[in-house]
Design a protein around this ligand. Sequence first.
Ligand code: NAD
Length: 373
Amino acid sequence: MISFEKLYSMGHEEVVFFSEPSCGLKAIVAIHDTTLGPALGGTRMWPYSSEAEAVEDVLRLSRGMTYKAAVSGLNLGGGKAVIIGDPKKDKSEALFRAYGRFIESLNGRYISAEDVNISVEDIDHVYTETNYVCGVDKASGGSGNPAPYTALGTFRGMEAGATKLWGSRSLENKVVAIQGVGSVGLELGKLLNNAGARILFTDINEDNIKRMKEAVPHAEFVDANAIYDTKMDIYAPCALGATINDDTIGKLQCKLVNGAANNQLKEDRHGEELKERGILYSPDYLINAGGLMNVSIEFEGWNDAKSRRMVDTIYDTTLKIYKISEEQNIAVNKAADVLAENRLESMRKIQTTYLGRGSDHRFPGTKIRHNKL
Ligand code: NAD
């Protein structure tokens, strides 16, 4: 369960439990690090088998958000929230509005958004009670579905990989295998098709397979079990995490692993092993940060062009991380951590200067700008 020792070891600032028995709300908000700005991260609803499991998940996910924001050049901290409950049975307007009131009570230290099992409609209920939420409906002034921006960032990462491996960012005639053609995979498929890539794809959902065939008729379907044994230039995991593991790594016949899925490496050592096998890896938490970048500008007024310009920077940052990996002879996943930690460390140091205006300048309504790294 939770202990101060655990919070110290993972670097968390604050963990808050919220409950409202009248509507069955049981929520945990974890604020990992606000060095760079307010802690932004989605809320996940899940029928956790125990409170300890929910705590474990929210601590791990919120820490990941600190790194993602830091490496993406965002002036945001890392946070995440979980609601313990069955999304099929336990959702109600009261539950999300009660949750919104609790978020409001944090005064902007935490900003929420969608995550697993939380829809735009759910977030709109939260938004009724607090402005500290993003990913709201376009009709309410939000940025809508983040998937096209996540896909664009993944595509920019892939172009950086092509530059490093083949000396040109063009993906023309490269064989790319997309594992999972859901919201992000489908959009990535469209971008690759426009870029002249040869697309292989797999999925286990018949509707999504059909949708992909309609959107990208040239794409070739591969059975889900055969994907790791298929010859390809680029493997793009866009379904599940941990697909780079002891069972799959020896089968991979690609030169680049570059997808949108979170936590693609089962363990950190698999990043090292990819390096030893001569397979380039684009850091997952950077190249899938397009969705986060997109929602982050809702506070200063979202528009598509601004969002795309920000997501385009993923190309340069990916190249920068490959360079750190090469110069320091460390795996790419470690190099991404180095870039994130260096930024956090240097920003912590400058916060010793007294500005005489409290700490509000770090919170919404003022500046959540993006910095090119
Ligand atoms: P999604 O649920 O819309 O799509 C996932 C797809 O993967 C589905 O079509 C599903 O059928 C398929 N799938 C599941 N198991 C599979 C298997 N064993 N083999 C092949 N296909 C399988 O999810 P999404 O929003 O497209 O996100 C995809 C990944 O990207 C996830 O890991 C998610 O955490 C990550 N991600 C998404 C976003 C975003 O903006 N949506 C942002 C950052 C990261």
